[in-house]
Structures are given as structure tokens and as C-alpha cells.
Design a protein around this ligand. Structure first.
Ligand code: G6P
Length: 284
């Protein structure tokens, strides 16, 4: 079966051998394999029972990035919003000669009463995962199905599995301005990004549609954005890693988050409006 449901997760299998797994909790993609090699990082300490956001994979940030700030309506929501900690439904699946597709849905009737009170808007999210022999595409459609405008942030918060943080280079952001959340300062990217300490940066309005995450002489990933303008780069390094109960102290060596989305500014969505954005990951 190209798409099969295994209790709490959906498994996509491509005739080439490529595969992907998506938990219904958060519609979090936790695995993407090509040539039997895992490309996505999932912490060995990740909690997978739905009691906490999954540490790793591609958690979906919506409708707020980080903690909302009063007086904005997102101020009381949990960090990164409710999409990654709500139970989604598998709404569709299909396959043809090239692509295996699964679609997941979440709307306002499916989130907890508590979150509904915090964020009282009628919305529908459709998240589509398309697997081919050598790519995976993750696409989010946000619809305002109510009669009040709302605004939102969103991110495809992708944790990549890497051989060693010291070998990683992120290419394609040179010349871009960023906000450094560690130093609480603004700066301009000069050349490639290397990880030598905690990195937590927001690059707004990135020009190049493609960026590369290179693993020294061990290949890497090309990330292509469609319809989303910002990139967040995160590696927690030593202290932050030690402070996270669901992340191993040494796991920062084996992951980097490169997160495509809209976070520098909220996107305003009028009643009846819709928005879509996606990323396509391919192995280099
Ligand atoms: O611990 P979480 O809520 O999953 O957030 C994990 C990380 O997400 C993003 O990358 C933010 O830029 C970081 O500041 C944050 O630490």
C-alpha cells in the first residue's frame, strides 16, 4: 500500500523505496528516507504519545511563532501555537506513477475548547505531503472560513539529520539581514553559515528560492521555498540542549533546524481568504 495508516501515524511508501511517516499528532512528519537513509532528525527522547510537541521531524508552527505578545490576540497561546499539539485527520491519499500523496486536515472544530477561546477564529488547514523517488514536498493551505479576519505566522519547522554539526554549511543566505535571537541584535549574513555556538536566527524576505544544507563530503539537502519568504536557522548547542528534557545533551551534534515560513510579519487573512506555502526537499 503506498499510503497506510498504522494506529497513530501514516506511512507513505514509494516504489523506489523512499518513505515518509507522519504522526496525526501535529501532522508531524518524523521520517523521510531515501536509499534507506534517514534524512530527518527525531530526538531519541522525543515524546510520541501526544502529551507534548514532538521534538524533531517537521512540527507545524501555526498561528504564532514563539510566544505571542500582548495585545496581539495570539498572546495567550502556547509557544509556536496549537497546530503541532492538536490531533489532525488523514483526509485524502492518492498515488500515481511518480508521486505518493497524503493530505491531513485540522479545523477549529478539532482543537481544544481552551485553544478555541484563546484564538476564536474559524479556520481550516490542509497539509499535503508528496513523496517522489528523490523529493518530499510539504505544503500548507490556510483558509479563513469564518466571518472575521485573522492573522497568523506559520513555519515548516524542519529538523534535518546531519552527520556532524562541525561539518555543516548553510548556503544561500549570504547578504541577507537577520535577527539574532541569541544576541538580541540585527546583523547581515556574510557567506555561509557554520555552527560553532548556539544559533537562533530569523532571516526575513530571503531572496533566493533555494538554499543548500551541505554535509561536508557527505552530500546534503536542497530546500526550495514556494510562497514563504522567511527562514529560521536553529541549533541549540550545549546549554539549551541540557535544558530540554526531550532532547539528548549531545544531540545538537546531529541536527540542524532550517525552517521555512512566514514569521517576521503576520499574514493577514480576510474572511473567506486563503493562503498557501510549501517547501520541496531534495537530496544532493
Ligand atoms: O522548544 P520549541 O518550542 O520546540 O522551540 C524550538 C525553537 O524553535 C525555533 O527554532 C525558535 O527560533 C527557537 O527560539 C526555539 O527554541
Amino acid at each position: 500500500m503506498p499510503v497506510s495508516q498504522q494506529s497513530d501515524k501514516t506511512v507513505l511508501t514509494h516504489p523506489s523505496g523512499a518513505s515518509a511517516e507522519i504522526y496525526l499528532f501535529g501532522a508531524t512528519l518524523t521520517s523521510w528516507k531515501i536509499a534507506n537513509k534517514e534524512r530527518i532528525f527525531l530526538s531519541g527522547k522525543a515524546i510520541l504519545d501526544g502529551s507534548k510537541a514532538i521534538r524533531g521531524g517537521i512540527p507545524l508552527v501555526f498561528p504564532v511563532f514563539g510566544k505571542g505578545k500582548a495585545p496581539h490576540v495570539t498572546a495567550s497561546l502556547p509557544q509556536h501555537g496549537f497546530a503541532r499539539i492538536s490531533h489532525w485527520k488523514l483526509v485524502n491519499s492518492s498515488d500515481d506513477a511518480h508521486t505518493v500523496t497524503a493530505q491531513f486536515g485540522l479545523d477549529h472544530t478539532m482543537i481544544s475548547e481552551e485553544y478555541r477561546k484563546m484564538w476564536p477564529f474559524d479556520f481550516s488547514l490542509i497539509y499535503t505531503v508528496k513523496l517522489t523517488a528523490d523529493t518530499v514536498e510539504t505544503h500548507l493551505k490556510v483558509q479563513n472560513i469564518g466571518d472575521k479576519a485573522f492573522d497568523f505566522n506559520t513555519l515548516l519547522h524542519t529538523y534535518f539529520s546531519i552527520p556532524d554539526e562541525s561539518k555543516v554549511r548553510v548556503v544561500g543566505l549570504s547578504g541577507m539581514d537577520y535577527v539574532d535571537k541569541v544576541l538580541m541584535a540585527s546583523a547581515k549574513q556574510d557567506g555561509e553559515i557554520a555552527i560553532r555556538s548556539e544559533v537562533d536566527r530569523v532571516y526575513a524576505n530571503v531572496q533566493s528560492t533555494d538554499l543548500q544544507i551541505l554535509y561536508g563530503n557527505e552530500g546534503g539537502i536542497n530546500l526550495r521555498r514556494n510562497g514563504v519568504s522567511d527562514i529560521v536557522v536553529w541549533n541549540p548547542w550545549v546549554e539549551k540542549s541540557a535544558g530540554m528534557a526531550d532532547f539528548g545533551d549531545e544531540e545538537y551534534h546531529r541536527m540542524i533546524c532550517i525552517e521555512a515560513g512566514q514569521v517576521a510579519e503576520f499574514i493577514a487573512l480576510a474572511a473567506g481568504g486563503s493562503w498557501e506555502g510549501s517547501q520541496i526537499l531534495s537530496v544532493l
